[in-house]
Design a protein around this ligand. Structure first.
Ligand code: SAH
Length: 218
């Protein structure tokens, strides 16, 4: 990935990667992706000095970019090899989109907030990320045209698994979704086994609500 050489951020990013490694992140491809993607470009300028702290940060419109350790955990759970097609619901800052683009073959990302999408698209272009397709839509309905997906990541908290997302998951594919109330959720991995989904609880999380036909009312 081509990006401006900014030594002060590179050192901070390296320290974040070491911190994640100390915290138990083992997947080297995930650590490498975090080492490559300039997170400071995905947060508002006033937040840049905090871009390599392991914390979530506001990105505008009441939305937040998740904590790097949460992204790392989620990406490890997807077990990507570089050959997969992945659907992401909630582009937000597109930081996770850039990480997914480094780890999978193709990424399809859906966002319902036009302003965020209008910022995300040129940023990924600027970083020369070419394997991402964007959609301005209600992601609770998935993106039927390119289904099925080997992985689906939902970046907002849902009351239940939106049926369209379950339908668009490939056999053996993994769907990561925070399930619970509007305030608190359990990050859950759902794996497709024939007509069933296997559910595994991972860790309590707090995501902004998934708003849409298959999520919460706005
Ligand atoms: N992974 C992003 C997280 C952004 S916060 C990041 O790290 O920056 C969650 C995002 O989900 C918000 O941008 C919000 O607008 C979006 N969202 C909520 N409901 C949605 C829906 N039904 N379809 C698409 N995007 C949705």
């Amino acid at each position: 990935m081509a990006h401006p050489v900014e030594p002060e951020f590179r050192g901070a990013r390296r320290r974040l990667v070491e911190q994640l490694q100390d915290g138990g992140v083992r997947d080297l491809s995930v650590l490498r992706a975090i080492d490559q993607v300039p997170r400071h470009l995905f947060v508002p300028p006033a937040m840049r000095h905090r871009a390599y702290e392991d914390s979530s940060l506001p990105i505008g419109g009441g939305q937040t970019i998740s904590q790097p350790s949460v992204h790392a955990r989620a990406l490890e759970l997807l077990q990507l090899t570089g050959r997969e097609r992945v659907l992401e619901i909630g582009t937000g800052s597109a930081y996770q989109t850039a990480l997914l683009a480094a780890l999978a073959a193709q990424v399809f990302t859906v966002e319902r907030n036009r302003d965020l999408l209008d910022r995300a698209r040129p940023l990924l272009q600027q970083l020369d990320v070419r394997n991402v397709s964007f959609s301005f839509a209600d992601g609770t309905l998935g993106w039927r045209e390119y289904a099925p997906y080997d992985g689906i990541v939902v970046s907002a908290g849902a009351p239940h698994v939106p049926p369209s997302l379950a339908d668009q998951l490939a056999e053996g594919g993994r769907l990561l979704i925070p399930l619970g109330t509007r305030e608190e959720q359990m990050l859950t991995v759902c794996t497709r086994r024939g007509t069933q989904l296997d559910f595994r609880d991972i860790v309590p999380v707090r995501f902004v609500p998934l708003i849409g036909a298959g999520g919460w009312p706005s």
